[in-house]
Write a protein that binds this ligand. Structure first.
Ligand SMILES: Nc1ncnc2c1ncn2[C@@H]1O[C@H](COP(=O)(O)OP(=O)(O)OP(=O)(O)O)[C@@H](O)[C@H]1O
Length: 274
């Protein structure tokens, strides 16, 4: 079909209007399933036969000493790094190893890196608006004027992140913690199914850490959240299942109390205190 006839054919569904992907199917199992995943860099196994399951709606903390493979694991889930062997499934329908980074993101996997990357010159509201526009499922329906539905979503996210009062503030003047919450809010604008959050509380005050724990806890259930964190006090405050990674595979899994008493875990942390 030529471009002209495509444009004049009102029955035609344009590619950009087609839903990004079929929905995630979690009826028969977890939202994320990694099995026997191995990645080597110049012969060094950064991830070594890693098997990990994240349930739908779960809030999971991943801890582990430096170099344990936490970042590489996130890179594999988001399609940034391809494993040498193994399988990675998002629900029972989507084989993530056959997909590229943008397609994985549009399936509903959002990633928050350690440093906040908000648009400092824009207001909190504009940052959220822009995050919505970046969603290719929403972009075609966004007009110069926001629809009521879009405004409602921004209001919802402002409430979830506790930034209602700051909606007209320029993001550049926010505190470090507020910027982190705004960036989490930007990810939420796209209604992700799985959020990967890397060291959210690094550089935060005690009060900001408490607020972040509340925020992440409140997100669980509606979406699944995987938090990689070094701050053990914070992980304890989330009081969820903790997975300890070491040398690219799972060393222990359980509550923070359980894993911190595990002799294998104590040995790995070499008395640093866990
Ligand atoms: N692109 C790469 N090339 C070579 N080696 C790499 C690469 N990426 C990671 N590694 C190595 O793989 C291992 C795992 O690294 P990774 O960054 O995943 O660990 P981590 O648990 O996130 O560590 P940290 O807590 O310090 O962030 C490390 O030994 C690292 O040096």
């Amino acid at each position: 079909m030529s471009l002209i006839s495509e444009l004049t054919d009102r029955e035609h569904v344009f590619d950009f209007l087609t839903p990004a992907a079929s929905p995630v199917d979690v009826r028969h199992g977890p939202i994320l399933y990694m099995e026997d995943v191995t990645v080597s860099f110049d012969g060094f196994r950064a991830i070594d036969e890693l098997t990990l399951t994240i349930n739908d709606g779960e809030l999971r903390c991943i801890i582990g000493p430096n170099g344990a493979g936490k970042t590489t694991m996130m890179d594999i889930i988001t399609g940034k790094t391809r494993p040498d062997t193994g399988s990675v499934w998002f629900g029972s329908r989507h084989n993530l190893l056959t997909m590229n980074e943008p397609d994985i993101a549009s399936l509903g996997i959002g990633r928050k890196f350690q440093k906040p990357t908000v648009f400092e010159a824009l207001t909190v509201f504009e940052n959220l608006e822009l995050a919505m526009a970046a969603d290719k499922r929403v972009f075609p329906t966004l007009t110069a004027k926001l629809t009521g539905e879009h405004r409602e979503r921004i209001d919802e996210v402002l409430e979830m992140t506790g930034l209602q009062e700051l909606r007209w503030r320029t993001a550049g003047v926010l505190s470090h913690g507020q910027k982190q919450w705004l960036e989490i809010g930007m990810l939420l604008m796209q209604r992700p199914r799985l959020l990967l959050v890397d060291e959210p509380v690094a550089g935060m005050t005690e009060q900001e850490m408490e607020r972040t724990a509340e925020l992440l806890t409140s997100l669980a259930g509606k979406q699944s959240v995987v938090v990689v964190e070094h701050d053990m006090g914070f992980v304890r405050s989330l009081a969820r299942t903790v997975t300890v990674l070491h040398q690219g595979s799972v060393l222990a899994e359980g509550s923070m109390d359980e894993v911190s008493k595990d002799p294998k875990v104590v040995e790995v942390y070499l008395g640093e205190g866990i």
